[in-house]
Design a protein around this ligand. Structure first.
Ligand code: HEC
Ligand code: HEC
Ligand code: HEC
Ligand code: HEC
Length: 443
């Protein structure tokens, strides 16, 4: 009897306790953390070309996420990590290898939902590790929603199609189905999140009518915009190139409507250590890229039998002594060493702007076969110089270099964000000798 009462009491107090838990979980459910990232654009790691470009990379992201997960677990706070996809690019043959590693690297980060952009399918769906990565897309090859539940918080994630996937006649139906799915999720107590392939203004105009709590629009540049609450919908615009992540603390009311939010940006700067867990993965990646490159070199060597149209700066310097001296003292003459220092002197993604004629017939292959074409040289700007060197009355292929200007081929926004012609040109300025100052043309 006593035992029974005891049990009864225990049962009651358990009921009471679970009631408390329910109550407190209802309160807790109204606060959760959402970490989001935008396009990675194939940037498995930051190039580090300038301090301003030295953000991002999967290794730093891993460090940031595991620290945050630990911190939130201690507080018992629900966390969802989502990405709007656009992880890879498909420019050259090495991108296939890079993409493979981007997908496996991302898989190790345990995201909760990743939207599919058409680029992501560039090397086929198998490479996307569909059973390891939580893709979400109206594309028939993927789940069209992710219903997530953590610590009592329920988040339903959907993705709007990229419009080229959908025949015009089907657009209306797709939108209706999506609206319906959003409303149904809302009815079952989910907070809803929709990834959009459109930028903000366009997305707001064409939005499928439905119960959307969080709308993730496509970012235009690296920056993360401050989230805006528009008609009860929180609009987030993540940046590109995976340089930053956004972190939101969200409060919702009993109906799952967002009542307030606080936002901060997680900068993936070099202050963040690379995750040790990814050391092996990264070494394998570098090996794979390096082997691919060596195979390419071998092929190219076999192919390039004719005489190269490039001669290298040394040859120009025989006649243009002063110009050669100015160049020799410039950073351009050191551009390959910069790659060697960061162990990237084999990466086709980097060599194009740090050597002469890379991927052009007779251009740079490697430091042994084509030592004379290492670094940024005269012919990067002036064009191939063999003909001119043999007969100086023949003009160089590129003329009016400052009008175009030739510099922007490499000093683009991604790799040289601080470039200004009027500040950079004086550092390497040279020209033809003035006839009255010099006898020859070498001054
Ligand atoms: C083929 C690619 C390429 C072209 C074209 C090019 N540059 Fe560069 N430039 C580089 C690279 C790569 C570096 C970095 C070299 C290093 O430090 O390793 C660089 C560095 C520089 C620097 C040194 C920056 C510093 O902070 O000291 C200056 C100045 C510069 N370039 C000016 C120019 C100007 C002006 C032009 C156009 C007339 C030009 N470059 C065209 C690739 C290029
Ligand atoms: C589109 C051309 C381009 C590509 C591609 C490129 N770089 Fe550069 N890189 C530059 C330019 C231009 C600079 C000089 C930036 C400046 O000083 O404004 C530079 C500078 C650098 C520097 C010198 C930074 C310093 O502080 O002195 C390093 C290191 C570097 N790049 C590494 C890389 C690596 C690694 C890759 C491949 C992942 C790469 N670059 C790809 C154009 C390029
Ligand atoms: C980063 C790009 C760049 C590099 C590298 C470079 N030059 Fe130039 N060079 C220019 C530009 C820009 C001008 C100015 C053209 C103008 O004023 O329109 C110029 C001008 C010249 C001129 C005078 C042309 C004229 O008609 O006035 C000569 C000669 C010349 N360069 C030779 C060289 C030699 C030799 C080298 C290598 C040792 C070299 N340059 C490396 C960009 C470059
Ligand atoms: C055998 C000597 C010689 C060699 C080698 C030589 N040049 Fe010249 N270069 C000249 C002479 C001479 C002129 C002046 C031609 C004129 O004014 O008609 C000239 C003119 C130029 C000019 C201005 C005219 C133009 O075509 O744009 C540039 C730029 C130039 N050289 C760059 C180079 C570069 C780059 C190299 C190496 C690829 C080189 N030169 C190799 C002798 C040489």
């Amino acid at each position: 009897m006593k035992l029974k009462i005891g049990l009864l009491l225990l049962k009651h107090s358990l009921l009471f306790l679970s009631g408390m838990l329910l109550l407190s979980s209802a309160v807790q459910a109204s606060s959760f953390t959402l970490v989001y990232s935008g396009n990675l654009n194939g940037e498995l790691e930051p190039c580090g070309c300038s301090a301003m470009a030295n953000f991002g990379g999967i290794k730093r992201r891993a460090t940031a996420l595991s620290a945050l997960r630990q911190q939130l677990a201690e507080k018992d706070q629900a966390l969802f990590v989502v990405s709007n996809g656009g992880l890879i690019t498909e420019h050259d043959s090495s991108d296939r290898i890079r993409s493979d590693y981007i997908f496996s690297g991302m898989a190790s980060l345990a995201y909760d939902a990743i939207a599919v952009q058409s680029h992501d399918m560039g090397f086929g769906i198998d490479l996307m590790l569909p059973d390891q990565l939580p893709w979400v897309s109206p594309h028939p090859a993927f789940p069209d929603r992710r219903l997530l539940k953590t610590q009592g918080t329920k988040l339903a994630v959907f993705s709007w199609p990229e419009f080229q996937w959908v025949a015009n006649s089907q657009l209306k139906k797709v939108d209706e189905d999506l609206s319906e799915a959003l409303r149904a999720a809302k009815k079952s107590g989910y907070i809803t999140l929709l990834f959009s392939p459109l930028e903000k203004d366009d997305a707001l105009k064409k939005l499928p009518a439905g119960a959307i709590d969080i709308l993730v629009v496509r970012g235009r540049d690296e920056q993360i915009k401050e989230p805006e609450l528009i008609n009860g919908m929180l609009v987030i615009s993540p940046g590109t190139r995976g340089m930053l992540m956004g972190q939101l603390e969200l409060q919702t009311d009993a109906n799952g409507a967002i009542t307030s939010h606080s936002h901060q940006i997680i900068e993936l700067s070099d202050q963040l250590a690379d995750a040790e867990s990814l050391t092996g993965w990264y070494e394998q990646y570098n090996d794979a890229i390096s082997q691919h490159y060596k195979a390419l070199v071998k092929k190219r060597k076999e192919k390039d039998e004719g005489q190269s149209p490039y001669v290298g700066a040394q040859s120009c310097g025989i006649c243009h002594v002063e110009q050669h001296k100015i160049w020799q003292e410039s950073q351009h003459a050191n551009a390959l060493a910069s790659l060697t220092e960061v162990k990237k002197d084999f990466d086709p993604h980097c060599l194009g702007c740090h050597t002469v004629g890379f991927e052009q017939a007779g251009g740079y292959l490697d430091q042994y076969i084509t030592a004379e074409l290492a670094n940024v040289q005269c012919e990067n700007c002036h064009g191939t110089g063999r003909e001119h060197s043999q007969n100086p009355t023949i003009k160089l292929p590129n003329q009016q270099l400052l009008e175009q200007p030739v510099c922007l081929k490499c000093h683009n926004r991604e790799h040289s964000p601080e470039f200004k012609l009027e500040e950079y040109w004086p550092k390497i300025e040279h020209g033809l000798a003035k006839p009255d100052e010099n006898q020859g043309i070498s001054g």
